[in-house]
Design a protein around this ligand. Structure first.
Ligand code: AP5
Length: 191
């Protein structure tokens, strides 16, 4: 389970991870939780931008979150599955767990990863992503979000028994971040 706040660069790191897996002939499949939720919403007749999903009422999001977890769980058993998701989502009514107990039970993660970077770097990356509807880019707010992610990861670690690995995605070091992630996954699954 690879998580990180918006703009930290987890998708960039996961793209590098997929290249590494190919080079090393390791079967690894990355599934993006948000993309699966977006597809389910479309099937339910609610087509929308991925950045608008967190603005929906919480019960609709919860229903789709559960369906997405079912879908991911159904795809297990095809080599190593890496899920690109969030420890929490900022909704209109507050910080909402991306991986509540019910989702953790369905997905049963073996490793919980937090991708992190300096708040100022995350703010700059958000400002640079013109094609996305990103949250505000105040470094102080981003610092709080990083702390909240760690607190949520600690709770998830207790609930699942899975270790938490923190991976730094500093400026220009996405390949090193992916290498560290790849090694952690290999150690965890013995690949
Ligand atoms: P999702 O698509 O995961 O949203 P996101 O966090 O915005 O993810 P991105 O992949 O777009 O951002 P990123 O931080 O990975 O950054 P990127 O690699 O692009 O989720 C969408 C929605 O789905 C959520 O809002 C939520 O509604 C829903 N959702 C998802 N999971 C859920 C769950 N479990 N429960 C409920 N809802 C859920 O990089 C950003 C920028 O930084 C880029 O410009 C990149 O070039 C740059 N960059 C990256 N790394 C570096 C580096 N090392 N040095 C310099 N620049 C870098």
């Amino acid at each position: 389970m690879v998580t990180g706040i918006p703009g930290v660069g987890k998708t960039t790191v996961l793209n590098e991870l997929q290249d590494l897996a190919k080079q090393n002939r390791v079967g690894l499949n990355v599934l993006n939780f948000g993309t699966i939720m977006n597809e389910i919403m479309r099937e339910l007749g609610k087509q929308m931008n991925r950045d608008d999903m967190r603005a929906q009422d919480i019960e609709s999001q919860r229903k789709v979150q559960e369906l997405a977890a079912n879908e991911i769980s159904n795809r297990a058993g095809q080599g190593i599955i890496v899920v690109d998701t969030h420890m929490f989502v900022k909704t209109a009514v507050g910080m909402w767990a991306g991986l509540p107990q019910s989702v953790l039970q369905k997905l049963n993660p073996r490793l919980l990863v937090l991708v992190e970077a300096e708040p100022e770097q995350i703010a700059a990356r958000r400002r640079g992503d013109a094609d996305r509807k990103r949250e505000g880019a105040l470094a102080a707010d981003i610092g709080f979000d990083l702390e909240w992610s760690r607190a949520t990861a600690a709770a998830s670690a207790i609930a699942t028994g899975a270790p938490v690995k923190i991976i730094r995605n500093d400026a220009g070091s996405q390949k090193q971040a992916a290498q560290e992630l790849f090694e952690s996954i290999r150690k965890m699954v013995g690949a």
